[in-house]
Design a protein around this ligand. Sequence first.
Ligand code: ARG
Length: 412
Amino acid sequence: APAFAERTAVTAARLVDVEAGKLRTNAVVVVDGERIVEVRDDGQVPADAKRIDLGDVTFVPGLIDCHVHIAGQSGEFYTNMFRRSAIDRAVFAHVYAKRTLDAGFTTVRNLGSDEFIDVALRNAIDRGDIPGPRIVASGVAIGATGGHADDGTGFSPYLRIEGFSGIADGVDAIRAKVRNDVKYGADVIKFMASAGVLSEEESVGEPQYSQEEMNALVDEAHRWHRKVAAHAHGTEAIKMATKAGVDSIEHGSFLDEEAIKLMKQHGTWLVADVYNDDYILSEFARMNYPASMIEKERKVGRTQRESFRAAVKAGVKIAYGTDAGVYPHGWNAKQFAKMVEWGQTPMQAIQAATVNAATLLGRSDKVGAIKAGLYADLVAVPGNPLEAIGTMEKVGFVMKGGKVEKNEKTAP
Ligand code: ARG
């Protein structure tokens, strides 16, 4: 930081201390350059600091969404599929990045994008060329031929649709795909352990790789020091991925007692997009999604929420992830209320999106809490989110790396 940098003190009535699990009052967050240097509880602003007083609001650490698809968004199914290319998506991705940041999400983990749009976007944001959240990028998602990562499934073979080009079968091809993702800048590896909803396989949850294939994928990724996120709806696939040593199970729709036990044993995180079902069931028929997909959604929606509740109760580690992109970017915070409806306390839901998410990402030395030494990533919401979790959807102030990205008066 330059020698004459002026320190800034942002002040507010309350602050959610996610590490202590408590609410603090008379909050003063002193920022120097891109880092937090001091957090006070006495309302006192250091003499050399410029003050930004936000008044009767609550500070929360910059939010983290561990499952987004920043380079795309659901729309008319056949338009997205046949009249838009990866280049169209790349051109638009910065708009979604800005909406995500404005919603208070200062870090996201992108789990699968066409080509390496997420890597390019991450780099442009890191250079300061465009506004957006810090991105932990996966590059292309890896999956089996005919599986959830293969967009060609269900279409005429003459179309030769190659999906996200992460298709790989067999141990050697899978290892090569992992290396290819790493080569082009992936921070994390995403793969499809099971079938899915928004793809045309018959099943919604059957395993799509053998145990041997999953083991090899995780082994290869970890050798390159990349964590692994496994898309897994079905019980068997969840267990296989957990045994293979993945770092997080995405969706986790059909958990049984044994799956929960295995996840606890292995320290596997659950990242469950429990808001998604509402949006898919209300909007996807109108957007001409195939009826078979909507049928599959009916099979997972409620079960996923029940699984989530059971996992919370059993003490499985939970990190916040929404699958934003399936529903509109910028709506990322809508899931807080769902997580509370299905078994978490408001504090637990906020921890899932801050300190827990940072731990899953391996970045708790940089983000996920409001404390000295971390990046000055913080947001403010009106009222008290521990009493009314819906207020998380009304982020009025966003600071990322010490820079004010948004500062609006919020309606109480
Ligand atoms: N991307 C996921 C899939 O297609 C979305 C699942 C959404 N549904 C849900 N209930 N979470 O499988």
